[in-house]
Design a protein around this ligand. Structure first.
Ligand SMILES: *Cc1c(COP(=O)(O)O)cnc(C)c1O
Length: 399
């Protein structure tokens, strides 16, 4: 063996994210399984009113997953054939795919180099007569520049659909994420703040959007007598008025999500504490840029993304990524700019479209961060990062 002093490799692989499930969650799910309704029962509306209240929105509509929720929001916003929607390339593909589902055209604006969130100036330059909406993403849990984006939306008559898959529990200028944009999406995937297995939510204060979201989730079917297009022939009658989908969340999932919601505040504080520990540990490493935090937001820290200063390193991100994996530290990469995916390339999006996003992609790395991490897990990450970065420093850049 050739072990350097202080080189103690972790014995098990540490993932970058993971759910936290306790006995209360398990009881919540089993009680649904023992009951009458596995779906279209009472748990979905109960979860919806709980999460709406939690984030300070009038309405919440739950969906089978966050992607379905984004699709429904695009439908509710009236996005159709040929409409343009501006979003960021530094996101999961679903933030742009939802526009394609509706026949619209995603338009990618470049990012702010400090926060990695969409840059409002870049948005404004891209607005045309065809622009219908903006989909900002609260990347890593740090709120996008929402007031500026909402001002632009008001000036040009656009809808803001905030992708807050990373930002449940975050605040912006003392307001809760979920109560600010015209519609806000949360994801309930296991790596997100709270989970339902799969699930998604749209919150809104707008009654018109609320109705459309409900219709879209359930095949476009309407039952309420007051909304029918013709006299009702009987109590059994319902009609399909628009083309919707089956995007419903089950009661099994809703019960899990509701039980998880009780733990949200504790989850977010643990995430914040781990992020602070990382910030403190990495502040002195000159080859790493710790995540910049704008002072108008309070992140809920879905991800801890470091940026490598490649000028100070004798190797690239890929090598550092695999060396950390060799140390059993499950670093990850968020994100490949969406338009660089082959499907988007085939649609004609060119390389070089968003220069800052592409340069970020070369140098970004996500460290493990989730509430179930022990203090020892956090120490292991810090130790491995210090060691690998130390080994990869350019000789004359040390210090
Ligand atoms: C997770 C995620 C989604 C999609 O959510 P699903 O529930 O997995 O469909 C969309 N946007 C972003 C930024 C995400 O991280």
């Amino acid at each position: 063996m050739n072990v350097q002093a202080g080189n103690k490799k972790r014995s098990t692989f540490l993932p970058y994210g993971r759910q936290w499930i306790d006995e209360k969650d398990i009881e919540a799910v089993t009680s649904v399984l023992r009951g009458d309704y596995l779906t279209t029962g009472p748990y979905v509306p109960e979860f919806e009113s709980k999460i709406a209240e939690k984030v300070g929105a009038r309405y919440a509509v739950a969906f089978a997953n966050g992607t379905a929720a984004l699709h429904a929001a695009c439908y509710a916003a009236g996005i159709g054939e040929g409409d343009e929607v501006i979003t960021t390339p530094i996101t999961f593909a679903a933030s742009a795919n939802c526009v394609l589902y509706q026949g619209g055209k995603p338009v990618f604006a470049d990012i702010d180099e400090r926060t990695y969130n969409i840059d409002p100036q870049s948005i404004e330059r891209l607005i045309t007569k065809r622009t219908k909406a903006i989909i900002p993403v609260d990347f890593t849990g740090q709120p996008a520049n929402l007031d500026t984006i909402l001002d632009l939306a008001a000036k040009y008559g656009l809808v803001v659909i905030e992708d807050a898959a990373h930002a449940l529990g975050a605040t912006y200028r003392s307001r809760q994420i979920g109560s600010i944009s015209h519609m806000t999406m949360f994801s309930l995937h296991p790596v997100k703040h709270i989970t339902a297995g799969e699930g998604g939510v749209i919150t809104t204060d707008n009654e018109l959007y609320y109705g459309r979201l409900l219709d879209f989730r359930n095949h476009g079917i309407v039952r309420e007598p007051s909304r029918l297009g013709r006299p009702s022939p009987g109590k059994w009658y319902y009609e399909m008025q628009s083309l919707g989908y089956n995007y419903r969340l089950t009661d099994i999932s809703a019960a899990l999500a509701m039980s998880q919601l009780d733990k949200l505040d504790a989850f977010v504080s643990r995430r914040r504490r781990i992020a602070e520990t990382y910030n403190h540990a990495f502040r002195e490493l000159s080859a790493i840029r710790i995540p910049y935090q704008a002072d108008d937001g309070n992140s809920s820290w879905h991800l801890y993304a470091i940026r490598l200063d490649l000028d100070k390193l004798n190797t690239g991100r890929d090598e550092i990524f695999s060396r950390l994996h060799d140390e059993n530290i499950g670093v990850n990469l968020h994100y490949i700019p969406v338009y660089l995916h082959p499907y988007y390339e085939d649609l004609g999006y060119p390389q070089g479209l968003c220069k800052k996003a592409e340069s970020l992609y070369e140098s970004i790395l996500t460290l493990p961060l989730y509430p179930g991490m022990t203090d020892q897990d956090v120490e292991d990450v810090i130790h491995a990062v210090r060691q690998v970065i130390g080994e990869c420093m350019e000789v004359n850049a040390v210090g």
